[in-house]
Design a protein around this ligand. Structure first.
Ligand SMILES: C[S@@+](CC[C@H](N)C(=O)[O-])C[C@H]1O[C@@H](n2cnc3c(N)ncnc32)[C@H](O)[C@@H]1O
Length: 261
């Protein structure tokens, strides 16, 4: 029956359109460009929480992160990407410590990277004043991490990304590969994100989440703890596969669908 076949195909087209509408999915490069512009608009508007302190970082990143941070000594480096105001790192530098801790252990150097300079508040100004002039703090504000040369970023023992570049970038593979290049042996990357907001379509057409995708990369040990994804390379020179943004929705944070190319 021709009318039944026509009805079936109309329904199929409608359900595809509905699915596409939910994800804002599009393989069209022009639409992807528009999506990227909208996503950058969200970052420049800066209407998100960019003032989490060290307590919140420890809460969302979990005990492994807290213990790792406690093991860092003078000369180590903590890189926070998508750092916002960098309150967490500034509070880490300002945290109380005992005499022996101060003499023998010291504090790691910290590097904060944020695409957008955070809007100052009364409390943020107080924190800024307290760390002013500290040679332990380096702030790289106003650039996307993907555009900062590895050498300028320097090496790191711990990398954190709390709703940072991993959540907001349209080049999540480039961000991850940068992290993997600058991370010292024995280091880990701690990511806090909305796990369901990042989807990856593999070459065989199956769709996986960011955690599942990372877990399948040879040379990466991936652990989900508290509200974080802990990524630890098990060998040097790990590179994640190249991805292309094929759809999504500009939001806080954005929903993105990537495809392996
Ligand atoms: C939601 S805020 C989170 C800030 C901070 N981690 C916190 O929890 O308070 C997102 C931050 O990521 C930054 N950001 C987004 N995409 C970025 C990118 N590709 N490179 C560097 N920073 C980025 C924004 O400028 C902002 O500082």
């Amino acid at each position: 029956m021709a009318w039944l076949r026509k009805l079936k195909s109309t329904l199929a087209v409608m359900s595809l359109a509905l699915a596409a509408g939910t994800l804002g999915y599009s393989a069209d490069p022009v639409c992807s460009d528009l999506l990227v512009r909208k996503m950058h608009g969200v970052v420049s508007a800066g209407q998100f929480n960019d003032f989490r302190g060290i307590g919140e970082y420890q809460l969302v990143l979990g005990e492994t992160f807290t213990a790792h941070l406690a093991r860092l000594v003078r000369g180590n480096r903590w890189l926070d990407v998508g750092a916002g105001h960098a309150r967490a790192q500034k509070e880490y530098l300002l945290g109380k410590r005992g005499f022996f801790d101060w003499i023998f252990k010291g504090r790691a150097d910290v590097v904060a990277v944020a695409a957008k300079v955070a809007k100052p508040t009364r409390y943020s100004k107080m924190v800024d004043t307290a760390v002013e002039g500290s040679r332990k703090f380096l702030g790289l504000f106003g650039r996307y991490v993907e555009d900062i040369p590895d050498q300028e970023l320097g090496r790191a023992d711990v990398i954190t990304d709390v709703f940072g570049a991993i959540s907001y970038s349209e080049r999540v593979d480039a961000v991850l590969n940068k992290y993997l290049r600058v991370l010292n042996a024995g280091g880990s990357i701690y990511i806090h994100t909305s796990p369901e907001h990042t989807k990856i379509i593999r070459k065989d057409g199956t769709q996986v989440t960011l955690v599942q995708w990372l877990d399948s990369v040879d040379g990466l040990a991936v652990k989900v703890e508290a509200m974080s994804i802990v990524v630890t390379p098990t060998r040097v020179g790990v590179v994640v596969p190249t991805l292309k943004l094929v759809g999504g929705k500009a939001d806080v944070p954005p929903e993105r669908v990537f495809q392996e190319v």
